[in-house]
Design a protein around this ligand. Structure first.
Ligand code: PLP
Length: 406
């Protein structure tokens, strides 16, 4: 008899966005004339830039002739893309990463979710709270999380590190042992960043304890402040303790195209094994490479034209983030994030819980947000708004909130 992976039975339902959609649909049905504006979900809305589209058109045309047709590509990605990544994302920032330390994939979600394949079941995992749910659920699926504690809304074998305004959104180094630590900067959902000093403390902890840091830099392109590290490898010692995840999704509107990459330095060794070799083995077994056409499109963002064009799109979203932040502040709310991030993390008014504030904004301002509590217990008392929407709609949404609260 075939038995299923029982860990799936323990997973909590994917309540958050389903519940948001349910409440939004119910409100819209009861109020068909309401013009609801959605600042909840973290998907982009601007089209691909012309340089990317042209590169992909060209790649499609190449498939029409036997001389230029491409079959299976390298598991780890084409050299043209890995070399462009190394040059522009790392060397240009003074970080020495080699092309064979880059693994191109179909996105950061797959890599964050799959990386556990190369790790033992009995590693103790630490995550920030609130958290991007993929880190937690993927460990749960692999049997690394223990039991779901219904009351605490936490896994018993996962160490939750509150990151709130009280600790400046920097997780405290745990008292006990943890083996695998997930850090995300710029952070989803809080929109805040870790400084070089804060990251250095984690790098030192990981090196001293043979622990491993999973550093998710999916929102790296939104960093505007000069002293915020773009890569964990800007921190001395990180190459012996950290894996970094990057994505073209928010960088260049690739949420539908699907492309990202993971950096595993050659110096990263645990139990006498190269994690770079292990990941190569894992990818060559379970993954047949990202599409050539998509990789051609991704490489186009590193051309001067492509770089200038995606910068314009990023500025468009940054302006939305500024409008949301300043508008909410004008309405008397306390706001975090937004400066180096497309996410605005807003404290709910005194005494109002996340979901209640969500309902209030939906019903009285017709604006959809995301309740912070959906990202973990320490997200209670916050809501998240995203800057990925249409600029006019974003302005209107903010004006409605200001009017409601002002
Ligand atoms: N990491 C974080 C923190 C994210 O918020 C997201 C997307 O929402 C991802 C990774 C996934 O990126 P991708 O679209 O490359 O799979």
């Amino acid at each position: 008899m075939a038995k299923i992976n029982e860990n799936f039975e323990k997973l909590p339902g994917s309540y958050l966005f389903a519940e948001i959609a349910r409440r939004t649909a119910a409100y819209q049905e009861a109020n068909p004339n309401a013009r609801v504006i959605k600042l909840g979900i973290g998907d982009v809305t601007r089209p691909l830039v012309p340089a990317v589209v042209a590169a992909m058109h060209e790649a499609v045309d190449e498939q029409a002739s036997a001389e230029t047709f491409m079959g299976y590509g390298p598991y780890e990605g084409y050299d043209f893309l890995r070399e462009a990544i190394v040059e522009h994302d790392f060397r240009a920032r003074g970080v020495d990463i080699a092309p064979d330390e880059i693994f191109v994939s179909d996105g950061a979600k797959s890599d964050c979710g799959n990386i556990g394949d190369i790790l033992a079941r009995d590693n103790k995992v630490a995550v920030c709270d609130p958290v991007y749910p993929v880190y937690v659920d993927s460990n749960a699926i692999e049997g690394r999380a223990g039991e779901w504690d219904v009351d605490a809304e936490e896994w018993t074998n996962i160490h939750y590190m509150p990151t709130t305004a009280e600790n400046g959104f920097c997780p405290a180094i745990p008292e006990g042992r943890v083996d695998v630590i997930y850090l995300c900067s710029p952070n989803n959902p809080t929109g805040t960043c870790l400084t070089k000093d804060e990251l250095k403390r984690w790098v030192d902890y990981a090196n001293e304890n043979d622990a491993l840091i999973m550093f998710d830099a999916a929102y790296e392109r939104f960093i505007t402040e000069p002293d915020v590290p773009h890569s964990i490898y800007e921190v001395e010692g990180a190459k012996t303790c950290a894996i970094e995840f990057r994505s073209f999704s928010k960088t260049a509107g690739f949420t539908g195209m699907r492309c990202g990459y993971t950096v595993i330095p050659r110096d990263l060794v645990r139990d006498g094994q190269s994690l770079n070799d292990l990941w190569m083995r894992r990818q060559s077994t379970k993954f047949n490479g990202a599409s050539y056409i998509i990789q051609k499109g991704a490489a186009a963002i590193y051309t001067p034209e492509g770089a200038r064009q995606i910068a314009e799109t990023l500025d468009y979203y940054r302006e939305n983030a500024r409008v949301i932040k300043e508008g909410l502040e004008a309405a008397g709310l306390t706001v975090y994030g937004a400066v180096n991030s497309p996410y605005v993390w807003c404290k709910t008014p005194e005494g109002i819980a996340s979901w209640d504030f969500f309902d209030m904004l939906l019903e009285k301002a017709n604006v959809v947000t995301t309740p912070g509590a959906g990202f973990g217990p320490a997200g209670e008392g916050y809501i998240r708004l995203t800057a990925f929407g249409d600029a006019e709609a974003t302005k209107e949404a903010v004006e409605r909130i200001v009017k409601l609260l002002g």
